[in-house]
Design a binder for this molecule. Structure first.
Ligand SMILES: [Zn+2]
Length: 218
């Protein structure tokens, strides 16, 4: 479900295929090109049968299962091996939406990764704005609603809702100024620091080389 096309079969030139939902998963960076300024959001419930759309006032899942927001956007996803951009419906998690909120715009390029902390069942997906794509042509927008209706088995999609999570509180570390910090360093000290850095690099490289040497010897 998450990315059948991108895992199993690489698209070939001229090949037509049905638009699918893509969920960021596994390791590595997923690079997307934004096709639409807006993304659609809805509440869902994770059930034994998979993700189900919240049915609103009379929702039968609301009593038993937590309500989770999910967003969907029209994007092109980079297929590195096939060297092509694949149109898809990108799923934005609550966490990933916090990264794109207020920034997301048609023509941008984003990198999404799933952090895999130990012992956590559902690792958070994070997004990072990347430098602009060299190719300035932004493809025509496509309608993601039919795909989502099929995905959630709905005749009509509920009106879009924003992610209820509050924005991130962004802070910065306050660095302590000590004598000999970068600004106060004399040229001689800088050279000393460079030599030290080179030594450190060499020291870090040596065990690997030694290891290879042993492996080759066998
Ligand atoms: Zn519900």
């Amino acid at each position: 479900m998450s990315s059948r096309r991108l895992r199993a079969e690489a698209p070939t030139p001229g090949q037509k295929f049905a638009l699918e939902v893509t969920r960021v998963c596994d390791t590595g960076e997923w690079i997307v090109y934004v096709i639409s300024d807006r993304y659609y959001g809805l509440f869902t419930h994770y059930t034994k049968q998979g993700s189900r759309a919240c049915q609103g006032v009379d929702c039968r899942f609301c009593k038993a299962v937590e309500k989770v927001w999910k967003g969907y956007a029209a994007v092109e996803l980079l297929h590195k091996e096939a060297k092509c951009w694949v149109p898809t419906v990108l799923e934005l998690t609550e966490h990933a939406e916090l990264d794109v909120r207020g920034v997301w715009k048609r023509g941008q390029m984003w990198g999404f990764t799933q952090r895999v902390p130990e012992g956590k069942k559902h690792p958070a997906v994070t997004g990072q704005l990347l430098p602009p794509r060299k190719d300035p042509v932004v493809p025509a927008e496509f309608d993601i609603r039919p795909v989502l209706k099929n995905f959630y088995r709905l005749i009509e999609l509920p009106p879009t809702v924003p992610n209820p999570l509050p924005p991130r509180v962004v802070v910065e570390a306050r660095f302590i100024e000590t004598p000999g910090s970068k600004a106060e360093q004399s040229p001689a000290e800088s050279i000393g620091a460079q030599i030290l850095a080179q030594r450190l690099n060499r020291a870090l490289e040596t065990p690997r080389e030694a290891k290879n040497g042993v492996a080759n010897g066998h």
